[in-house]
Design a protein around this ligand. Structure first.
Ligand SMILES: Cc1cc2nc3c(=O)[nH]c(=O)nc-3n(C[C@H](O)[C@H](O)[C@H](O)COP(=O)(O)OP(=O)(O)OC[C@H]3O[C@@H](n4cnc5c(N)ncnc54)[C@H](O)[C@@H]3O)c2cc1C
Length: 462
């Protein structure tokens, strides 16, 4: 399979002024996708530089297809690594329970390979390509507000220059808020809070070629175990090893069950030291490679069914759908958002004057159910990784069966996606979990429900 190294820009959105708030992977993708259709795009990022915290990102074929469309397929693959497969292992015994091969059959089915890439490398590619396509990407400016203009045909956006605190208003046809999980604009749709999962992630990168225990690693490997998991994969053509260690924080869980405030540093180094004692020796030996100076308390939000702030303001990326990371699709969803908006807007422009109110609603109707399903499935998938006791043995057998009997049908809905088909507009019920999982309840909800019903801390079932 070969990939285009340049996209073919078009001009449907020429003369349309679009402001993007936030220069993470979501905002940079959106700016690029719109600029490739000829829009006059300005992106404001509050930080002085474009940067990502953390290291590796898994980009499934649903994301690689989009990079390809944007002319970045080759560059992203050169910057990253194409693993042969993904291997799930039981974290207690290290037994391999499922290998998902990313072979030619996989690539043909999903139209692209499975890529792993350093976050900063991907962001740099998107920023560079956005600029080449004509977008103006500006650092050190926060978007602090936005209102429909008096004529009702656009938006007045308030920006603050961080260097001197000066504030000004700029006008646009559309404002796209890709400003992350603590978005300025999401509260205009819903007043909700992030939902901590009680799990915390430690990350780390290290030299791969000179690591004697990791020679020949060409897979994404996930050790899944009771209340924890551990992921490894190569980056930068095998020069760098990416590792992520995730575990349930006992102190956060106790606070949640007891109805008290969790300590701010839940998941700290003390908890990390004790979290993997029940896992295999190899895994425990790898923990010394993790960064200890920061850790990530994992949280998502409840799925949002409507992303439209007003006819000319839309939220996207983590601002609309922050997920748990278990099906590795948060950044890919944000890329899909950008491509969907650019596609629907350019189609509308080809048919005449763009009615932005209709465009943003159509984007929301397509994207909200899809991303809701990814968020909910991520919660379910994470719980399945972390089970203990008899459930762990049943899970392991289900994984072995999936390898024997074929696993594609579990993944088709996720990886075989094309926004041009408008699958979710046509059938919003696709956003729900499959019938067999309808009565599954997320553990955090289950604990909260029992607490709300007055069940005492000792009697709460986790
Ligand atoms: C441990 C972990 C592993 C993950 N692994 C994967 C994976 O393998 N694959 C995958 O697809 N996803 C993964 N994700 C999810 C993915 O990282 C995120 O979903 C994605 O990066 C979100 O991008 P975003 O641009 O929407 O938001 P953000 O990355 O949060 O970017 C928002 C940007 O907006 C800026 N901003 C905020 N407010 C303002 C403002 N008022 N004005 C201007 N700028 C503003 C911020 O500075 C920031 O740059 C993982 C997440 C975690 C935590």
């Amino acid at each position: 399979m070969t990939y285009m190294s340049t996209a073919t820009p078009t001009t449907e959105l020429a003369g349309k002024k679009i402001i993007v708030s936030g220069g993470g992977i979501g905002g940079a993708s959106t700016a690029l996708a719109l600029a490739l259709r000829g829009a006059d795009v300005t992106l404001y990022e509050r930080h002085e530089e474009f940067k990502e915290v953390g290291a590796g990102l898994q980009i499934g074929p649903h994301g690689v297809k989009i990079l390809e469309k944007w002319g970045l397929g080759d560059k992203a693959i050169q910057a990253g690594y194409l693993p042969d497969d993904m291997q799930f292992r039981d974290a207690v015994t290290a037994e391999n329970i499922l290998t998902m091969k990313f072979d030619e059959t996989f690539r043909e089915r999903y139209g692209a390979p499975y890529l792993v890439v350093h976050r900063s490398d991907l962001l740099n590619l998107l920023v560079e390509a956005g600029r080449e396509a004509g977008a103006d990407l500006v650092n050190g400016v926060s978007v602090v507000g936005g209102e429909e203009n008096a004529a009702g045909d656009g938006v007045d956006v308030t920006i603050e220059h961080r260097a001197d605190g000066s504030v000004e208003t700029v006008s646009a046809d559309l404002l796209v808020a890709c400003d992350g999980i603590h978005s300025v604009f999401r509260p205009k749709i819903v007043q909700d809070e992030p939902v901590p999962s009680a799990y915390v992630a430690y990350r780390g990168t290290s030299d791969l070629p000179n690591d004697p225990d990791m020679q020949g690693l060409n897979s994404v490997v996930g050790y899944i175990g009771p209340r924890c998991h551990f992921i490894q994969y190569p980056l930068r053509q095998g020069e760098l090893l990416n590792q992520v260690a995730v575990f349930q924080s006992p102190r956060y869980l106790d606070a949640l069950i007891g109805g008290t405030d969790a300590p701010e540093d839940w998941g700290n180094n003390e908890e990390f030291k004790n979290a993997f004692g029940h896992t295999n020796d190899f895994l425990q030996g790898r923990l010394g490679h993790m960064w200890l100076d920061q850790w990530w308390q994992m949280a998502d939000r409840e799925p949002l069914t409507d992303w439209v702030v007003s006819d000319h303001i839309l939220v996207m990326g983590d601002a609309a759908h922050p997920p748990l990371q278990y099906i590795a699709s948060g950044a890919v969803m944000a890329m899909e958002d950008g491509e969907t908006l650019a596609l629907y807007a350019s189609e509308a422009a080809s048919e005449g004057d763009v009615d932005w109110g209709s465009v943003v609603r159509e984007v929301s109707d397509e994207r909200a159910p899809r991303c809701g399903r990814i968020q909910t499935t991520s919660r379910f998938w994470g719980e399945m990784w972390h089970v203990d006791g008899v459930a762990r043995h049943v899970r392991n057998e289900a994984f072995r069966q999936a390898e024997r009997g074929g696993w594609f049908h579990y993944a088709d809905w996720l990886w075989n996606y094309d926004p041009a088909r408008r699958d979710y507009v046509n059938d919003p019920a696709l956003g729900e979990l499959p019938e067999g999982l309808k009565d599954w309840e997320y553990n955090i909800h289950k604990i909260q429900r029992q607490r709300d019903a007055g069940v005492s801390a000792e009697d709460i079932t986790v």
